[in-house]
Design a protein around this ligand. Structure first.
Ligand SMILES: *Cc1c(COP(=O)(O)O)cnc(C)c1O
Length: 311
């Protein structure tokens, strides 16, 4: 029998089936996108899977006074996701936010307003202090002995383990698996759990000299490729990119974010146009979410009188 009660109280951390949709092309290449952005209404994309085992493991250890603490910048998808998860699971959360100047301006930032509305306590630290996250972590460990302290971007070995659910029998049918890369946890999981013959390509949203080594450490494998997709440094948004994102939405009705997935898809289109992929290749790109960041990005673009993202 259909159980109404189960439906009205879904488990936050279930393992939903995510649709794979085709982006029709004429070039003799098959391109598909897996909509991990739809994994949960408020905990989006890869951040859901990166938190998955971290939370499950933590919940199996501590039942009394649980607390989640993590780190992020003012527009961080990981901060938004952690705040939402804490809200859903009724676990208090603290966000250590980069930039002391935001202390008086957080209400102008949609991500921080979201986090605050989900009950997250925001602690602002100077950019300089933020660089030494180990020191901050040690202080927090002393202050909150029961807390789970999750690194910036959510990347650790349990995060990599959670990424396995982005892969399934259907994803085995693709020659190429593509993802946007920040700290590298997601591509590490994809490389670790994909089939050996599948090629894994990461589209870098950030320039980081330790990135490749970190990914090798986390995945135990160096069989992946990293391609620059950032426009000079993390967070840069130019008019070409905004136009691409708007056109992509008009054509395919799929929203992309300007920091990760938009940059990845734009680069994939460029690579297809220049013949990077052999004819008849089947490519799967993971939509890792990040759509919560669009509001903040648009406000910034509007202030600069620049083209904004319109869905
Ligand atoms: C955080 C994030 C990434 C990068 O994931 P990493 O595991 O840090 O490499 C990619 N896409 C989106 C939308 C993200 O929010």
């Amino acid at each position: 029998m259909f159980n109404q009660e189960n439906l009205s109280t879904p488990m936050t951390l279930s393992i939903p089936n995510i649709p794979i949709v085709e982006i029709p092309l004429q070039e003799g290449i098959k391109l598909f996108i897996k909509r991990e952005d739809l994994v949960h209404p408020t905990i989006s994309g890869n951040k859901y899977w990166k938190l998955f085992y971290n939370i499950k493991h933590y919940q199996s250890l501590h039942k009394e006074n649980p607390l989640l603490i993590t780190f992020g910048g003012a527009y961080s998808n990981h901060i938004a996701a952690t705040a939402s998860l804490g809200y859903e699971e009724k676990i208090p959360t603290i966000g250590i936010i980069r930039g002391e100047e935001l202390k008086d301006k957080w209400h102008e930032n949609p991500t921080l307003v979201w986090a605050k509305n989900k009950g997250m306590e925001l602690r602002f630290v100077t950019r300089n202090a933020y660089k030494d996250k180990e020191k901050i972590s040690n202080q927090l460990e002393n202050e909150f002995q029961n807390a789970l302290i999750i690194p910036e971007g959510g990347t650790n070995s349990l995060a990599v383990k959670g990424i396995q659910y982005m892969l399934n029998d259907e994803t085995k049918n693709f020659d190429y698996l593509c993802t946007a890369v920040g700290t590298g946890g997601t591509i590490a999981g994809i490389r670790k759990y994909a089939e050996k013959n599948q090629k894994v390509i990461g589209f870098k949203a950030v320039e980081d000299p330790f990135l490749k080594e970190n990914i090798i450490q986390l995945s135990g494998n160096n069989d992946f490729e990293l391609i620059d997709a950032h426009l000079g440094r993390y967070g840069i948004i130019n008019e070409d990119l905004v136009r691409f994102i708007n056109d992509f939405y008009t054509k395919y009705k799929i929203p992309l974010d300007p920091i990760y997935t938009g940059k990845m898809m734009k680069k994939i289109f460029e690579l297809i146009a220049t013949g990077y992929f052999p004819k008849n290749s089947k490519i799967l790109a993971f939509h890792t979410g990040g759509l919560q960041g669009i509001k903040g990005a648009n406000e910034m673009l509007k202030k600069q009188n620049k083209l904004t993202i319109n869905f």
